[in-house]
Write a protein that binds this ligand. Sequence first.
Ligand SMILES: O=P(O)(O)OC[C@H]1O[C@H](O)[C@H](O)[C@@H](O)[C@@H]1O
Length: 532
Amino acid sequence: MWDKLRAYHKTVADRRFADMVDAERAAAFATQAGDMRFDYAKTNIDDTARDLLIDLLDQADVAGKRDAMFAGAAINETEGRAVLHTALRNLDGGPVLVDGQDVMPAVLETLARMGKFASDVRDGRYTGQGGQITDVINIGIGGSDLGPAMAVKALAPYHDGPRCHFVSNVDPADIGATLRQCDPTTTLVIVASKTFTTIETMTNARTALAWMREKVTDPGAQFAALSTADDKTAAFGIASDRVFGFEDWVGGRYSMWGPIGLSLMMAVGADAFHAFLRGGQAMDLHFKSAAWVENMPAMLALVGIWHNQICGYSTRAVLPYDNLLSRLPAYLQQLEMESNGKGVSMDGADLAVDSGPVVWGEPGTNGQHAFYQLIHQGTRVIPCEFLVAARGHEDDLHHQHQLLVANCLAQSEALMRGRSLPEATAKVADRFSGDELERQARHRVFAGNRPSTTLAYPQLTPFVLGQIIALYEHRVFVEGAVLGINSYDQWGVELGKELATDLQPVIEGRADATSKDGSTAALVSFLQKAGV
Ligand SMILES: O=P(O)(O)OC[C@H]1O[C@H](O)[C@H](O)[C@@H](O)[C@@H]1O
């Protein structure tokens, strides 16, 4: 199948797809899920390419794998675990069995406990030593940080709870700056860690505990924990009624739907959090039931596979024309690159095709004034994924929102159309002539024919955010299933952690660097002389 796709791509690689984009194509190369529209008409995918891409889904039995995931099979084979973040948003769905046991009662009970705790904090029934909680600090990293941090920012218009801060980096600059903004007597610290062993999180948690101890007689009472490891949360001194547990079938980067979302719930309240879950659930239902050609996560994944594995474009820009989604690119970097950045397939063989792409991006219009130069005129083609809302939340400034939307659509149009040499020449003909005219015009040529997709939605509500995040999760699943990757482990993060543990005594001067390579030893020596 890959060979067929590559061979077909060769036959169409040089055509100008810009010339194909009429109303009929726009209708046929778009999918609708709820009230969201995903447009991929501005790509070089035609009916034949799409059929061949859909064949990949059948060849990889993506439908069977999808059903196995929702049914609680241990599809994370290297860790022997089910993959059931979908159960966390299965609000009124049926039972979900893991090893013959329905997990839904425990999921719903934890959700209800979270809701009660969040409303107690928000309404002042649970207080700090100094009174009503004014600040919540979520200490976590990776999946225990990026999801809630992204979502709290995204749902800022709905934020009516305590201020929320996110501390992730072991760099003391992160926690230092945060603690200086907070009063320990009215602060709740949430230690978010699936394993409760992550060195950055545990180090920051101890720092926060020491900070609170200076002003608060029972600092443990102003701590909550989100984890799968209740023995470790108890050892840290957090009472079980403020521990919100989840199971190992929730991957870290898929965990914001459950306890890891507690800070989001503190910010926006239980009702808005439930609406977020319902948005995710709506996307699950769509993913499970829509035919492939209408299936938004499947088509998003196939467009990505076309661009990365077939066309060879190795990066993808995510460009939300929605400032509230400014952390979405960072969130997606973990979701996509930690899930599908692997060189070995499920059976342990080398991957036959490239792994998932480099994902990067910034909100528009900011990026336009920074890196879009390269996207438009650089030598590499960078497929762009635009996101845009019909309406923002600043009703009085709707004209500004319209300008934002115009910019978003203008960028995808510009990428596709480009500007030819005659057009560029006409632009500057009044200022230059002869050789200089041609030279000046060439700098103003845009090759065009550069692919992009656009995800459009009415407004970034909690429900829509849930739809968007679940869309991307399922896209990662489909991509992983087609590539033959286990999207749910992350062995690639281990080696660096082990070496950091080895290096710590060297940096502290308790061990020497002689066992290290020359470059590392020289850097240690430089940093030691400079005061580390
Ligand atoms: O939630 P934790 O157990 O503290 O893990 C936090 C993060 O660290 C790990 O290194 C993984 O790469 C991530 O997938 C995970 O989200």
